[in-house]
Ligand binder design. Structure first.
Ligand code: PLP
Length: 285
């Protein structure tokens, strides 16, 4: 399909979209990103994603590349030009192009902004959610600032590949105490035998997922019992249900962890219901 990418002020054919070799994203992974779901041609939870983008940038002392309203316009225009009805829009900001030197570049160096969009087949996604996914656990070997949505994703890349190598779709990171932190690109959840929904608190050690925040709101509205606390790998193996959340897949039931079936080995009712109700609570604009 003919695709268009936004690169520093210009909409370019995807095949011709380039950043400079001395872009600090390329040289140092010195940048951040966001992924927003596109549903029926509209952006899902744009406000929260742009809030998190602003926070990630400010933590790294990178300037916003454009005013928020202008960013919204570029995201929508990229979605429109790519004719994406359902899928994702990806936005990346780096510290810009400068002669290679680890310290910050000279004042006035403009951040680089890239925006792309791509379609995801909702029928295929629904089929995947109907089947549920397998997860494997891997040691969490990331830096401490995983609350920043940084493009430095090497541990996540290796974890996701480890999952693939073991026939699974996602890897859950496990800290030194045997507690699950989060997935390589998702937040991790279980439902205990007593029916309590458990997910790790987001103060530190995980990304504050936007989907996670919306799911917590839905659970609260429905009067479901939620515990924000770390859970162990053993607890996840014994869970009644498990699921993963992310903007690109909403609520994805997990039916197997480390080769062991979770519950009856099929997507559970809590995950299914949260998935079904997600867009009633998410903001679409
Ligand atoms: N955790 C990690 C490490 C992620 O990369 C992501 C999404 O990319 C998430 C959690 C889920 O975040 P969100 O729900 O905002 O997509």
């Amino acid at each position: 399909m003919f695709r268009i990418a936004y690169v520093n002020g210009r909409y370019l054919p995807h095949a011709a979209a380039r950043v400079h070799v001395e872009d600090r994203g390329y040289q140092f992974a010195d940048g951040v990103y966001e992924v927003c779901e596109v549903r029926h041609g509209r952006l899902v939870d744009e406000r929260r994603h742009l809030d998190r983008l602003a926070r990630s940038l400010s933590e790294l002392r990178i300037a916003m590349p454009l005013a928020r309203a202008a960013l919204g316009v570029v995201m929508r225009e990229t979605v429109r030009k790519n004719r994406v009805r359902d899928g994702i829009v990806y936005l990346q900001v780096t510290r810009g192009v400068a002669s290679r030197d680890h310290g910050f570049p000279p004042p006035g160096t403009r951040p680089s902004l890239v925006v792309t969009a791509r379609a995801i087949d909702p029928v295929k996604q629904a089929a995947l959610a109907e089947a549920g996914i397998a997860v494997v656990t891997v040691p969490d070997n990331r830096w401490e600032r995983v609350d920043i949505k940084s493009i430095a994703l090497l541990p996540n890349v290796l974890a996701r590949q480890a999952a693939r190598d073991r026939g699974a779709r996602e890897a859950w990171f496990v800290d030194q105490d045997g507690l699950v932190t989060e997935g390589s690109a998702t937040n991790a959840w279980i439902v205990t035998a007593a029916g309590r929904i458990v997910t790790r608190p987001a103060e530190f050690g995980i990304l504050r997922g936007i989907t996670r925040a919306v799911v917590l709101e839905i659970a609260a509205k429905q009067g479901l019992k939620v515990e924000e606390r770390p859970f162990s790998v053993a607890e996840s193996h014994a869970a009644r249900e498990a699921f993963a959340t992310a903007a690109s897949q909403i609520v994805m039931p997990v039916v197997e962890i480390d080769g062991r079936p979770i519950g009856d080995g099929r997507p559970g009712p809590v995950a299914r219901a949260l998935r079904a109700r997600f867009h009633d609570s998410a903001e679409c604009s």
